[in-house]
Design a protein around this ligand. Structure first.
Ligand code: APR
Length: 307
């Protein structure tokens, strides 16, 4: 198993570190355009492996030769959001970056599976899908796992119960229009609406929507990376270990949920082929409308990038 992580910044380096600590790959390649950064961080991580007792070789590079024949490629390259900057402000710059990264990844690893993390997430996943020419099961975006992890955290804080017993579902685009589904969110199997009043649920849903910006406002010079990295690794692990996990991911829809030709977050089964199946769950009219609105926002951006 060989995994390449493009972008050795906060999200990329943290992802590589967790992958190594979980020994999910024999070889991890960390790529960045800044000279010295991927080399230094990779060597530092490599030197932690004897202590952690994990056999992952970690290599840092500014080129793509070392990435050859990767099974899985995680794309985190790009500019992070700054305070006052919306995800959409990043559109033009990150499109250029993700396009060039994808071209180089594909030339070295034509059989790989791509997980995109760069923002604005759904559109960058579309850019990678379009530029790679890969089948739709091999290109996906990491957003829903992070958004639901945030929702789960807030539910657990509110009820003072273990996060382990909380599961939550968040659909739609990664952004202000994301669609958390309280009635499909449970604590030890009990649906959320049986445990909290509507006002409390609405408050937690809003905090989930604002989850990214809450961290940006604290950090000031960067955006979240621990939870994004953990969420990315959860997807990678499902694929590497062929677990058939059901996780919300940004995927290319061709009619599912009444949506066509758009990249948006829905529950999928993740296994060795990437997206093994798109899971269609019953939505009520309000939820369906919210998902449609969210997808509409992504469609506008897809048109803007004009690939
Ligand atoms: N090729 C490779 N690496 C690149 C390229 C490129 N063309 N362009 C930029 N990078 C690298 C930067 O040099 C930097 O090291 O991408 C890295 C991004 O790291 P950070 O600035 O620390 O950003 P990070 O917090 O990791 O976020 C990365 O993930 O969650 C999203 O919104 C976030 O789009 C952002 C991405």
């Amino acid at each position: 198993m060989k995994i390449t992580v493009i972008g050795a910044g906060h999200v990329g380096a943290t992802t590589a570190h967790i992958l190594a600590n979980k020994e999910l790959a024999n070889e991890i390649v960390l790529v960045d355009i800044v000279e010295g950064i991927p080399q230094g961080k990779a060597l530092d991580m490599y030197e932690a492996t004897p202590v952690e007792r994990t056999d992952s070789r970690i290599i840092g590079t500014n080129g793509y030769d070392e990435t050859k024949d990767s099974d899985l490629v995680i794309i985190t390259a790009g500019l992070p959001r700054k305070p006052g900057m919306s995800r959409d402000d990043l559109l033009a710059k990150n499109t250029e970056i993700v396009k060039s990264v994808t071209e180089q990844v594909v030339s070295q690893s034509p059989n790989s599976i791509l997980i995109v993390v760069s923002n604005p997430l759904d559109v960058m996943t579309y850019v990678a899908y379009k530029v790679s020419g890969f089948e739709k099961n091999r290109v996906m975006g990491m957003a829903g796992v992070l958004d639901s992890a945030r929702f789960r955290t807030f539910i657990s804080m509110e009820l003072n119960v273990s996060v382990e017993d909380v599961s939550a579902f968040v659909l739609g685009g990664h952004g202000d229009s994301m669609v958390p589904l309280p009635r499909y969110s449970t604590v030890a199997g009990i649906p959320l609406p049986d445990l909290m009043d509507k006002e409390t649920i609405d408050r937690l849903v809003q905090r989930t929507r604002d989850g990214g910006i809450e961290i940006v406002n604290y950090l000031k010079t960067g955006s979240a990376y621990y939870a994004p990295a953990s969420s990315t690794v959860e997807m990678a692990e499902a694929i590497i270990k062929d677990k058939n996990r059901i996780l919300p991911c940004a995927v290319w829809l061709e009619g599912e949920y009444g949506l066509k030709n758009v990249m948006v977050g829905v529950p999928v089964k993740l296994g060795k082929n990437g997206i093994e199946e798109i899971i269609q769950i019953e939505l009520n009219p309000d939820e369906q409308k919210a998902l449609k609105t969210s997808a509409g926002g992504v469609e506008v951006l897809i048109e803007k990038v004009n690939l």
